[in-house]
Design a binder for this molecule. Structure first.
Ligand code: TTP
Ligand code: MG
Length: 396
């Protein structure tokens, strides 16, 4: 099996570079794009020439002008940047359909499937950079690694115009300050510093248990980031349409019935959300996380679209049956994807009495839930069974 290769592309000083490109007399000068000082504006971004003076994004323009009295300030032209952004995404699309734009000037690419075609991830990174220069007359930095987390850190490594391939994840992370990790703000940095943790290699010395007890849900993320682990998939927009739920158990679960009951509750909840939006799904994904943080996700495609909780549950139950060996489980989740409008799939000329009855039942159930609240109706099987920490999985 080919190892996953993720590329992160991030344009250099994006707004400012576009302005310098379109007005060459601004090239090489300290330039910032942002609001006016006298209107209490802030800097959106600064050219690399302006950054030498200490000017940064989100800094009040008044401060920036004090640091560099010759600063050239331009108002942002968002329409223009959005057009360049679209051109950028089109370039990335030449190399893989698996592209996830993160903001106007950055995107992840999962190039695992295109490696053979283009001669490896590094080659793709170089071709992307060359295309951006020739088509857009702009420069981008590229990071390549086994997952999104590492690729993003790598693209920031040699800005501007850099290309960094991370093969030795542990070595790459070791010397980085913990503040360079995603979501680690000044509060966490201070807290970690108090126990002598400054670098990612220090963080690796802390156990999962210690981190979970002292940093809650963020502790698990810290543990994973310290090891360069990141399970998030590159999600192209077409695939981003999913609805899901997941549950972390207070104590690991080995009891199959408990897992099944949880899946049934989640399937019912998700399908109700689908019905509320007039949607059906054809994809069902089961996610299992084990105490050592290994994650297994398995998906199945249904023969036809559904918003019936029992059908989604059955699919999840089958997936559990064929993919779970009985080891204790830390987290379980289910999500529904390949969503479509319910009406667009109702092509049948003749009604199906069984489906009509189940649709009518859902209508009544949904009406009661709307009227008397989510807890007013519970499947008999789930009566009296408590809830755990449960959250939406971020699908939309
Ligand atoms: P970034 O990629 O963070 O910054 P950048 O492209 O200007 O510089 P570099 O990547 O080389 O460090 O953000 C992309 C654009 O988003 C940036 O050009 C302007 C805009 N932006 C804001 O408007 N406000 C902000 O606080 C930030 C960080 C960015
Ligand atoms: Mg950028």
């Amino acid at each position: 099996m080919t190892a996953t290769r993720i590329i992160h592309v991030d344009m250099d000083a994006f707004f400012a570079s576009v302005e310098q490109r379109d007005n060459p007399s601004l090239k090489g000068l300290p330039l910032a794009v942002g609001g006016k000082a006298k209107e209490r504006g802030v800097i959106a971004t600064a050219s690399y020439e302006a950054r030498k003076f200490g000017i940064r994004s989100a800094m009040p323009t008044a401060t920036a002008v004090k640091l560099c009295p010759d600063l050239i300030l331009l108002p942002p032209d968002h329409r223009k940047y959005a057009k360049v952004s679209q051109e950028l995404m089109d370039i990335l699309g030449r190399y893989t359909p698996e592209i996830e734009p993160v903001s106007l000037d950055e995107a992840f690419m999962d190039v695992t499937g295109s490696l053979a075609l283009f001669g490896g991830a590094e080659n793709i990174g170089r071709m992307v950079q060359a295309d951006i220069i020739s088509s857009l007359k702009l420069t981008a930095s590229v990071g390549i690694g086994p997952n999104k987390f590492i690729a993003k850190l790598a693209s920031d490594w040699k800005k501007p115009g850099g290309l960094t391939v991370v093969e030795d994840v542990e070595g790459f992370l070791a010397e980085l300050p913990v503040s360079s990790l995603w979501g680690v703000g000044p509060h966490t940095v201070n807290k970690l510093e108090k126990i002598g943790v400054r670098k990612v290699s220090d963080l690796r010395g802390l156990s999962l248990r210690y981190l979970a007890e002292n940093y809650g849900a963020a502790g698990e993320r810290l543990y994973e980031m310290a090891r360069g682990i990141d399970h998030r998939a590159v999600t192209p927009e077409r695939k981003a349409k999913s609805v899901g739920r997941e549950t972390t158990f207070p104590a690991d679960i080995s009891d199959r019935q408990v897992l099944l009951d949880k899946l049934l509750g989640m399937a019912d909840y998700i399908c109700r959300a689908l019905r509320r939006h007039g949607l059906v799904c054809r994809g069902v994904t089961l996610k299992i996380k084990y105490p050592d943080l290994r994650v297994v996700t398995r998906a199945v495609t249904l023969g036809e679209g559904t918003s019936d909780g029992l059908k989604v549950y059955k699919a999840a139950e089958d997936l559990l049956g064929s993919n779970w060996s009985g080891e204790p489980v830390r987290l379980i989740g289910v999500s529904c994807s390949r969503l479509a409008d319910r009406d667009s799939l109702q092509g049948a000329l003749f009604s199906d009495p069984v489906k009509d009855r189940s649709r009518e039942l859902h209508r009544v159930v949904d009406h009661l839930l709307d009227r008397y609240g989510e807890k007013s109706l519970v499947r008999g099987r789930l009566l009296g069974k408590g809830n755990c920490r449960e959250r939406d999985d971020g699908g939309q």
